[in-house]
Design a protein around this ligand. Structure first.
Ligand SMILES: [Zn+2]
Ligand SMILES: [Zn+2]
Length: 393
């Protein structure tokens, strides 16, 4: 297997734009690629930037109804098509079908490269649109590129695919797509659905009771969870579940909207906690899947201060040359932010000084995070034959 790492990118991916006032502005992707480039991350010998081609209908219908594809195609001329399109969350924009199909094609290409061994890891920061459903747009997501890529991998014969979603929102679209399929384990770590869209992702959602019990794991964290709490929860649940499942390939949704400044949600991670998360996912891919790792983007609405740093760390981590958090951000990048008239103050360093140490979980402590951990372990761990109360499991 090659130790090369593919980064899927083309400026055409910036065509997925829901309007200037919409929170998911493509400038976040543009600034990320420019930051990664200005820090020399993309010129690593190991990294190859590959251009995506759009997913065709055959691919898209792996996870979407033909009638929905037709609605997305028609929507710019016929805004009354329904299917969740034309709302504040999911506005219709020109070229919507083509832009969403290109993102999906990028995620399938990432999966294909890892599957065929052309790359050990592949990253598509434009992907991770995890809320889209089979027949409707939801939560800024038109096509569910993650579900399409996973369905494509299943068609190649995989029997155990793990999907880990660290976006602050529940990965409901991907969970729903494979809820009755024991070949796909979906794990989502998110802010509690009691206080955040989409209102699902409770620990008791563990997979279809008839066909796939144990195929979904959900950790619902209390508002305000910081780096240490988040990493404690992740470590208390995710590695154990993955080891029990023994995936052949790992697909991760690396949304960075759990950041403390994110305008859409209420967790309190820093880019340091996010960097540590990406490292943990990378380590798990090597430990469990012979390195086969497909990393997708996702949410993240701190356009200037969060997304570019978080995902530059992700690309560097995948590329095998993790960036020193103390790295200074080049003046040229900061000037570019100012020149674009973006309101946020551009960051100066790749760290926020976040504390990423944490004590490993045990069943005897009683913080709000610990209660969330225990609730998930009690709902899910017995389904893997693990003891929810034993911290060694
Ligand atoms: Zn999100
Ligand atoms: Zn690696």
């Amino acid at each position: 297997m090659s130790d090369s790492v593919a980064v899927v990118w083309d400026d055409a991916l910036l065509g997925y734009t829901m309007g200037g006032e919409h929170p998911m502005h493509p400038v976040r992707l543009d600034l990320t690629m420019r930051l990664a480039d200005s820090l020399g991350v993309l010129s690593s010998d190991r990294i190859t930037v590959v251009r995506p081609s759009p997913a065709d209908e055959e691919l898209l219908t792996l996870a979407h109804d033909p009638a929905y594809l037709e609605a997305v195609r028609r929507a710019p001329e016929d805004p009354g098509v329904g299917h969740g399109l034309g709302t504040d969350d999911n506005p219709i924009f020109p070229g919507m079908y083509e832009a969403a199909a290109l993102i999906t094609g990028g995620s399938v290409q990432a999966a294909r490269l890892v599957h065929e061994g052309g790359a050990q890891h592949a990253v598509n920061i434009s992907g991770g649109l995890h809320h889209a459903m089979r027949d409707r747009a939801s939560g800024f997501c038109v096509f569910n590129d993650a579900a399409v890529a996973i369905a494509w991998l299943l068609a190649q014969g995989y029997e155990r695919i793990a999907y880990v979603d660290v976006d602050v929102h529940h990965g409901d679209g991907v969970q729903t797509a494979f809820y009755d399929d024991p070949r796909v384990l979906t794990i989502s770590v998110h802010q509690t659905p009691l206080t955040l869209f989409p209102g699902t992702g409770f620990p008791e959602e563990t997979g279809d009771p008839d066909t796939a019990l144990g195929s979904a794991v959900n950790i619902a964290l209390p508002n305000g969870t910081d780096d240490s709490g988040w990493l404690r929860a992740f470590t208390a649940v995710v590695p154990g579940a993955l080891k029990a499942f023994q995936p052949q390939i790992l697909v991760t949704q690396c949304g960075c909207d759990a950041h403390h400044e994110d305008p859409m949600a209420d967790l309190a991670l820093t880019v340091d906690g996010q960097r540590a998360t990406y490292r943990a996912l990378h380590d798990l891919a090597h430990q469990l899947c012979d390195g086969r790792w497909v990393a997708l983007g996702g949410g993240g609405y701190g356009l200037v201060r969060c997304v570019p740093r978080a995902w530059t760390h992700l690309i560097a981590e995948a590329g095998g040359d993790a960036l020193d958090p103390a790295t200074e951000i080049p003046e040229s990048w900061r000037e570019d932010v100012v020149r674009r008239g973006l309101r946020a103050r551009p960051p100066t360093h790749m760290t926020e000084g976040g504390y990423t140490g944490f004590a490993h979980w045990d069943p005897f402590t009683e913080s709000r995070v610990d209660r969330a951990i225990l609730r998930t372990r009690r709902a899910s761990y017995p389904l893997f034959g693990l003891d929810p109360d034993d911290p060694r499991d």
